[in-house]
Write a protein that binds this ligand. Structure first.
Ligand code: ADP
Ligand code: GLC
Length: 477
């Protein structure tokens, strides 16, 4: 089966979060099931620099008013189609924001262009290659199924995966005439509280909708989590699936990871110590036995970083240490930097994005804190499981589905893999940390939790099979 995937990020070429990890890993795992995926991504400067050997395979004279070329290349086992459209994508700054952190004012056009290119390829524009179906991700490629619905060619099956419903691609209705869609598409697909909703349009027109964990699939039917889209989701409930993410087990393997200080496995847990020491050195922490907690996160309200800042003093008072890696909201950044300044040697903070350091943190810290208010899936707790870094997580979305709380029963049955807490408040996180300190104090129990986590199946195995089933069902019609 041939699948066209359309996305705005793909690891290892361009990443701002978990979306990239998933878009980069899924095609590799589907290969062994006979699924050939070609992934269409924007030609941002970093992407163009990494694919210098790519060859042109398709030209658009007028992609929403701009010239564009599609380049093809195989990069680290991934079959890529790169949309080289300098007017849209050749700019400094990030994929969505400029160097000052402001959304590009023409994001509506940049990602409509990406989506339109996807729909043209679906319609057979690429010489010598015809996909059987299309898989799009989040609002940035959500117009692809909309363009497919209103094209003159027969419509292929499509799947939209929602990685985070908080980001919806909502724009003024005034852009509608510039999208190149027939007038009736406005009311049939795109209208969203008097504006235009890209994600809304994708949900309304794709043949199936999936999200990245079963719990989140249930949650987005409710107003607290659906963020305005709960009604639209409910109207498509029969076509809604929750498939939990896996991890790229080659990139994230403590047994072979070249980015950490010393390799280890569940059988050689003692060797983890080398990483713990290296981590303490990197962050200038005191070398004592108190547990090291880490946080690797976008610094946002979603991720509960305000709550983390509130509990930092208590964590230190109990003898713990905390290392934070993240970037985002400047008020949250300041609050966490202030905690680090209050507790030199006990709290360390790195502002910014640092992939290698994130590996050392997973390998060296004793536990990771993920206090998200909502979490569609979450990947850091999965990497943590693999690295024997015990997850302390909010009981929501994918965190709920992937971590087994160390309550009495789970400990007795030897199935516990972490600590869950709810609601997301300073008091409940403080209590969870106190529970974590108690578990950590008992070497045998702690090691059992670590080893159980390292054993848990977080590969793409089962989830890949669920995608394959879904793809097949869609293609059969
Ligand atoms: P989200 O996509 O909502 O940010 P996920 O947990 O799904 O959350 O994915 C986050 C990904 O980004 C993980 O691979 C994590 O390791 C990585 N990450 C987040 N912040 C940083 C950072 N500051 N430096 C390096 N990697 C980071
Ligand atoms: C989004 C979500 C995160 C999920 C990731 C990959 O960024 O916030 O929970 O793990 O997508 O699906």
């Amino acid at each position: 089966m041939n699948v066209l995937s359309v996305a705005s990020e793909l690891y290892p070429l361009i990443k701002t979060g978990g979306l990239a990890d998933v878009v980069g890993a899924l095609p590799l795992t589907l290969q062994s099931h006979g699924i050939v995926t070609r992934t269409l991504i924007p030609g941002y400067p970093g992407v163009m620099a990494a694919i210098s050997g790519a060859t042109p395979c398709l030209e658009f004279d007028d992609l929403l008013g701009e010239r564009a070329v599609v380049l093809e290349i195989t990069h680290q086992g991934l079959d890529l189609l790169v949309l080289d459209a300098p007017a849209y994508f050749d700019r400094p700054g990030g994929p969505y924001v400029d160097q000052a952190g402001k959304d590009y004012p023409d994001n509506w056009k940049r990602f409509a262009a990406l989506s339109m290119a996807g729909a043209r390829i679906a319609a057979g524009a690429l010489p010598g290659w015809q996909p059987d179906m299309v898989h799009v991700h989040d609002w940035q490629s959500a117009l692809t199924p909309v363009y497919m619905r209103y094209a003159t060619t027969p419509e292929l099956p499509s799947l939209i995966t929602i990685h985070n419903i908080a980001f919806q691609g909502q724009f003024s209705a005034q852009i509608f005439p510039s999208l190149g869609l027939p007038g009736h598409a406005y009311w049939e697909a795109l209208e969203y509280y008097g504006t235009i909703g890209y994600l809304k349009g994708g949900i309304a027109t794709a043949h199936a909708i999936s999200t990245v964990s079963p719990s989140y699939a249930d949650e987005i039917l409710m107003p607290e989590f659906g963020m305005g889209l709960e009604g639209v989701i409910a109207s498509r409930a029969a076509d809604l699936y929750g498939i939990v993410n896996g991890i790229d087990a080659r990139t994230w393997d403590p047994g072979s990871d070249a980015l950490i200080a010393g390799n280890y496995s569940a059988a050689t847990l003692k060797k983890r110590e080398t990483n713990r020491t290296a981590l303490a050195e990197q962050f200038g922490l005191e070398q004592d036995n108190g547990p090291i907690f880490c946080v690797i996160s976008r610094l946002t309200w979603q991720k509960g970083m305000d709550v983390l800042a509130e509990v930092a003093d208590d964590l230190v008072a109990q003898g713990g240490k905390l290392v934070i890696l993240g970037a985002g909201d400047s008020a949250l950044e300041s609050a966490l930097l202030a905690a680090a300044a209050r507790h030199p040697g006990r709290v360390g903070m790195r502002v910014g994005y640092n992939e290698p350091l994130s590996h050392l943190m997973q390998a060296g810290a004793d536990a990771i804190i993920v206090p998200s208010r909502f979490e569609p899936c979450g990947l850091t707790q999965l990497y943590a499981l693999r690295y024997g870094c015990v997850p302390v997580v909010a009981r929501t979305g994918g965190l709920n589905d992937t971590i087994i709380d160390a309550n009495e029963a789970a400990l007795a049955a030897r199935v516990a893999t972490g600590i869950q807490f709810a609601p997301v408040s300073a008091e409940s996180l403080r209590q969870a940390l106190r529970r974590t300190f108690r578990l950590y104090a008992d070497d045998k129990v702690w090691q059992q939790i670590q080893k159980q986590g390292m054993k848990s199946d977080i590969s793409w195995g089962k989830s890949a099979e669920r995608y394959v089933d879904l793809y097949k069902r869609l293609v059969k019609g």
